[in-house]
Design a protein around this ligand. Structure first.
Ligand code: HH2
Length: 293
């Protein structure tokens, strides 16, 4: 793999956010049907209040999503996704002093999100839809927006039906590097790219475990790594089929283990608990430098 030339930066309202240590990305789903927080933040005032709360709890950035990608989720129309996310992005740009990422697969929404102030585009489909790569390249090259390139096998509607790999770790690594190389070839600076193995996106529990065990290897490839395991079914399965509301402690433990393996962005629902765990890790674990948060 070709290592990135520099540590990526996110540019937020308060200037650059270096990924020199693990950062907490707070999830803000403005959907009626997300698997964990669906329906809670569909109103604009509630979405802004939740973002403010996550900022107070220690979030370093916020990831806004207007289309659920949980297994079996129905796709959302362009008009509906636009209606859900754009007012939220505009309100957060005016009222919350954190970089904001937008979780979308649609090129039109990507372009509009950049105009509305998004600092990062997070595409679970790795910018493969027609037009998405061009929108991502323009966002990164012309506006300095960071791009999260995630691995997914199949589509959300059917991805968990029979996921299959010969060597999941090697295939996911090769896919991420191939997508990053394609984006770099069309003008995206290497330091705008973040990679994500896509836990739960066309993966069995065993695939997820193998990928988790390989996080340190992925991080050593030289790209910044984002990990999203918060409250996902793999956490529930490892805790004896625990329902979503009982997965907080397991999710925090997994986020910490991901940070220990070099993950730089932890995408989480439980910001306060994750930020506390990271502060203790940073202060007490010799591998984290022992200097405190
Ligand atoms: N997971 C989800 C959505 N977007 N983006 C990245 N980069 N990595 C992830 O692991 C990831 C993601 C699914 O979680 P959530 O947003 O909580 O649920 P839903 O898709 O139902 O809205």
């Amino acid at each position: 793999m070709t290592p990135a030339t520099a540590s990526p930066l996110l540019y937020g309202p308060n200037g650059p956010l270096p990924l020199d240590r693990p950062r907490v990305m707070g999830i803000l789903n403005v959907t009626p049907d997300s698997f964990s927080d669906g329906g809670e933040h569909a109103r604009l005032d509630r979405a802004v209040a939740r973002a403010r709360q996550m900022q107070a709890e220690g979030a370093d950035l916020i990831d806004v999503g207007g289309e659920s990608t949980r297994p079996g989720a129905e796709p959302v129309s362009l008009a509906e996704e636009r209606r859900r996310v754009l007012p939220v992005l505009e309100a957060l740009a005016a009222e919350v002093a954190l970089p904001v990422s937008l979780d979308t697969m649609k090129p039109e929404i990507m372009r509009e999100a950049v105009q509305a102030g998004a600092a990062m585009l997070n595409d679970v489909n790795a910018f493969r839809r027609p037009g998405a790569e061009a929108a991502a390249v323009a966002a990164a090259r012309d506006h300095g927006v960071a791009l999260c390139v995630m691995h997914m096998q199949g589509e959300p509607q059917s991805m968990q039906q029979a996921p299959h790999y010969d060597d999941v770790a090697a295939e996911v690594r090769a896919f991420l590097e191939q997508r990053c190389a394609a984006l770099q070839a069309t003008g995206v600076p290497a330091d705008r790219l973040v990679v994500d193995p896509g836990f739960g996106f066309g993966k069995t529990l065993e695939h997820n475990r193998t990928l988790f065990h390989g996080l340190a290897t992925l991080a050593r490839d030289g790209r910044s790594v984002l990990v999203g395991v918060s409250r996902k079914s793999m956490i529930g399965a490892l805790l004896g089929q625990r329902p979503v509301e009982g997965r907080v402690t397991g999710s925090v433990a997994a986020a910490l283990l991901a940070a220990q393996q070099g993950a730089r962005i932890l995408r989480v629902h439980d910001v306060a608990a994750t930020a506390d765990a990271l502060a203790i890790y940073s202060a007490l674990d010799p591998r984290a430098g022992g200097k405190g948060a």
